[in-house]
Design a protein around this ligand. Sequence first.
Ligand SMILES: Nc1ncnc2c1ncn2[C@@H]1O[C@H](COP(=O)(O)OP(=O)(O)OP(=O)(O)O)[C@@H](O)[C@H]1O
Length: 375
Amino acid sequence: MTERKPPAIEIDAVTKRFKTDVALDAVSLSVAEGETLALFGPSGAGKTVLLRVIAGLVEADAGRIRIGGRDMDDVPPEERGVGMAFQNFALFPHMSAFDNIASPLTARRQSGEALRAGVEKLATMLKIGHVLGQAPKALSNGQKQRTALARALAGGPRTLLLDDPLRNVDAKLRFEMRLELPRLLAREKATTIYVTQDYREAMALGDRIAVLEGGRVTQLGTPEEVYLAPATLSVARLFGDPAINTLKVTPQTDGQGPFVLLSDLRAPLDDGLSHAAGRPCVLGLRPEAVRFTEAGAPGAVAVTVEAETPLNEKTVTLVTTKRGREILVSRPAGTPGPAEGAAHIAVDSAHALLFDAETGARIAPRETTRRGAAA
Ligand SMILES: Nc1ncnc2c1ncn2[C@@H]1O[C@H](COP(=O)(O)OP(=O)(O)OP(=O)(O)O)[C@@H](O)[C@H]1O
């Protein structure tokens, strides 16, 4: 990813309407050579439409697509040099899974041992080696999807457009694939746009994530940026399971710095958030930014434990404060914590996020002089 090269894919102010519905609203994005951009967003956000516009299968009402620096306006889909795996599979029904995967290679008149070995390697990676002899109709949806993915990869395209390729795959395999696919994509060195509705997949696979909501890009950043510094409350809610806790607050400030009151207790905020004092806000607390603590510990808030849900790698506990505010607390599975009754929680305010209650925009901490730089 050198600075000088033009982006491998440039999407410039692309708008697409269906009758009066705006599916894409002036979307601009660029993807660097070899980069995997995860295009993430809820159902109906416009992800598939955007992928289809890039592929040339849907014509935009306005805007431009450039691939490898070349304007795609008059370039038909088959000449755009992109490998695609779409949700509707589009496998050739009369061919076996093997022949489907091999089709980009046979189209180039490749054959023989190298072709067979290439197809089998991909199939093994994607765990469909045992169904290569089957026709598509004998495959499960997850197997069809992986066959389509293998076919997209087989041609070794420089650009890959993958539309939620793990959507129909069961949870265990999804988990494995999330670990293996980045390696596969890195090996292919293809520039990839990877559509998903699953934030974990977006975080695991994307070098960067573009969050699409209602046809607009609401945030573009690395997985860490999007998770730790979501641009809006809505983006914050889309990332994380269980979802982020949200509490209506009005920050205050005193000689010790900015804070919010939780059950009449002072929960300090980042010093750089003094400018939010007096403004109606929503405090966003990831469940892992709240922990159980002892009564009397600094910042301990009394709560009642309502329910505990053991998940695989963590235990999630629902507690209520004295005022009836519900808060989810997450801790690594196997670590001790109260299963019922009275308890105390403390908030890791360094990880508390603050959003403007009206606009939903995150209020970023400002640089402060607290480290003694100024009087
Ligand atoms: N051919 C079409 N005709 C009319 N409306 C369409 C058409 N294709 C998509 N839309 C609309 O455009 C919007 C975006 O759809 P799109 O399929 O891109 O969403 P998505 O983000 O891919 O969702 P999902 O994750 O559920 O696939 C939706 O409101 C959808 O109903």
